[in-house]
Design a binder for this molecule. Structure first.
Ligand SMILES: [Zn+2]
Length: 306
């Protein structure tokens, strides 16, 4: 049977389309977006992204145990971009990363926040007395004079630390809301920014972000960076949970054997207690004295430990 040229072309086209349909080109589905659920101090993380070492970023050994290095994609990407920018300007620079969140988020020891994938601890860039970069495996507390408390040969590197906070503050995609750091280091960094003639808008933005958290020891050995709720996380709560003052209970008569004195943060049992609440139980009387933890956007209650 003879076929016309037109029908032959049509048949070929159908055959090709069939083949193409049978074997679609291998296209990877994009990774699911990260979800930050709940508040920084009472929440969890879905589809978190793990921070991985690069030539400009390393994981500090002292905080590597437990694999606490997951965050929202937005947080991890923001850290990556900032570290890369510092490395571009200072080729030997390597940012030391401490802890973020666990893979699924939730409570972690020694942190009050870091639960929902929006918090990260970043080590300071350090130099020796001659200004040569130092790579240490843990955080170092820095005094007002820029020298480490534990080792006078270790110094705060104003240039690279300024470059880091300026990069985080200037990144239009990062949505950084806080960079917690001790007041004397905030002052030091802002003075450095003024000295080098950084743009006033950048200095102002850095000034707005840097702050010493209240209810915590001075953050003098690392930056604690927090980003805003990601756009796709409807269940994300922007600010830390504020503990409500517990209704004053009338004192019960003291027990014969009162509990030893202790301060504890009653943790997060979703059913029993909707928010963390610090309770001090006095030894002598057994009275319960509620101490509300007031937390506002500028009153961070990160744990004393980084
Ligand atoms: Zn922290």
């Amino acid at each position: 049977m003879r076929r016309s040229l037109g029908s032959t072309i049509l048949a070929c086209a159908i055959a090709l389309a069939t083949v193409a349909g049978a074997a679609p080109s291998p296209k990877r589905a994009p990774p699911p977006p990260s979800k930050s659920v709940g508040a920084p101090n009472k929440g969890h993380l879905e589809n978190g992204v793990r921070v991985e070492p690069t030539p400009y970023l390393r994981i500090l050994g002292a905080y590597a145990a437990g694999d606490v290095r997951y965050g929202t994609r937005e947080l991890v990407d923001a850290i990556d971009r900032a570290a890369r920018e510092v490395h571009r300007r200072f080729p030997e620079a390597q940012l030391g990363v401490g802890q973020l969140s666990k893979k699924g988020g939730g409570n972690i020891e020694r942190h009050h926040s870091h639960e929902s994938g929006r918090d990260a601890d970043l080590g300071f860039y350090l130099v020796d007395a001659l200004g040569r970069p130092l790579l240490r495996d843990s955080f170092h507390s820095i005094r007002e004079n820029g020298i480490a408390t534990s080792d006078p040969s270790v110094r705060f590197d104003d240039g690279r630390n300024w470059a880091l906070v300026a990069a985080l503050a200037s990144d239009p995609h990062a949505h950084v809301t806080h960079i917690f750091v001790a007041t004397h280091l905030r002052t030091r960094l802002l003075a450095y920014g003024a000295k080098i003639g950084a743009a006033p808008a950048v200095r102002q933005r850095v000034a707005d972000l840097l702050m010493q958290p209240k209810h915590a020891l001075p953050h003098d050995d690392h930056f604690h960076v927090r980003v805003a709720c990601p756009a796709n996380s409807a269940e994300c709560v922007e600010f830390p949970v504020v503990a409500q003052p517990k209704k004053a209970k009338q004192a019960k008569p003291p027990k014969a054997h009162a509990e030893p004195e202790r301060a504890e943060v009653a943790k997060a049992s979703p059913k029993a207690q909707p928010s963390p609440h610090k309770i001090t139980r006095a030894r002598s009387t057994g009275k319960v004295k509620p101490e509300p933890i007031a937390v506002t956007p500028t009153q961070e209650d990160d744990a004393p430990y980084p």
